[in-house]
Design a protein around this ligand. Structure first.
Ligand SMILES: NC(=O)c1ccc[n+]([C@@H]2O[C@H](COP(=O)([O-])OP(=O)(O)OC[C@H]3O[C@@H](n4cnc5c(N)ncnc54)[C@H](OP(=O)(O)O)[C@@H]3O)[C@@H](O)[C@H]2O)c1
Length: 224
């Protein structure tokens, strides 16, 4: 298969590259690095990327630098716009603009992340967009023509090999899951690689575990 890998030089992208290139041709795409340069926030740049690659069988989006991590009190409108435009809109743009040149039965595999459910006090301008992307993938599943498949991978925190464990995964482990999404028949699915962490009962439930003792005290005092 010919696989476009957007964000190939990134932490997760390198793990995906290693796993996918074992059996497939990989076209590496990056903002500055790679076989083809493309800014996925720019429609014209995405159009040029697809034109230069030609027909392909799968696209993986693993683009980084897509979120601003600040405390809620410090977040301004532009921080939310930044995350929305990258995490959500730009990944969907790859799917919509990539429709005309993907082969029958081809697949798109996008990337969300564990902050959809296990947020922290600096994650509010990214976690909700992970969740929105997953909902988009689930809800649009019946829409795609020509047996095209769209899935999303949700990695947990990526750590160097040897440090993986509960709630921590390696780029290599991530790479294997993207391969499953590309080579399998699944569609409209969220592949969660959270190092054994369960899906919490509610998306906000896990936040309290990340609060400092001072913050937990202040929460108790205000009865929040
Ligand atoms: N790392 C983690 O622990 C973790 C955990 C959960 C979820 N995630 C999610 O996984 C995704 C990838 O994360 P990562 O840590 O692997 O990221 P990363 O290492 O920061 O990835 C950077 C990659 O993205 C490319 N890139 C940056 N801006 C771009 C743009 N505007 N257009 C096209 N390509 C662009 C870079 O290209 P150049 O090198 O050419 O500049 C590079 O290949 C993100 O959505 C992140 O939220 C990561």
């Amino acid at each position: 298969m010919k696989v476009i890998l957007v964000g190939a030089s990134g932490k997760i992208g390198r793990g995906v590259d290693k796993a996918v290139s074992a059996n497939h041709e990989v076209v590496r795409v990056g903002l500055a690095d790679g076989d083809v340069q493309c800014d996925y926030t720019d429609t014209e740049s995405v159009r040029n990327m697809f034109a230069s690659v030609g027909a392909y069988d799968a696209l993986v989006s693993a683009v980084g630098n897509d979120s601003r991590f600040r405390r809620f009190e410090e977040l301004v409108d532009d921080d939310y716009r930044y995350g929305f435009e990258r995490k959500f809109l730009s990944q969907i743009r790859l799917v919509s603009m990539g429709q005309s040149t993907i082969r029958d039965g081809g697949s798109f595999t996008l990337t969300s992340g564990f902050l959809s459910h296990y947020s922290n006090l600096r994650g509010f301008a990214t976690g909700p967009f992970n969740a929105a992307l997953e909902t988009f993938v689930e809800q649009t599943d019946q829409l795609w023509p020509r047996s095209i498949r769209v899935n999303v991978v949700s990695p947990g925190p990526v750590v160097p090999a040897g440090r993986e464990g509960r709630g921590r995964v390696t780029a290599e482990q991530c790479g294997q899951v993207y391969v499953r999404a590309i080579e399998g028949t699944m569609s409209g699915q969220v592949f969660r690689i959270w190092g054994g962490l369960p899906i919490p009962d509610s998306r906000g439930a896990a936040i309290s575990n990340r609060r400092t003792p001072e913050e937990q005290q202040s929460t108790k005092r205000t009865g929040e």
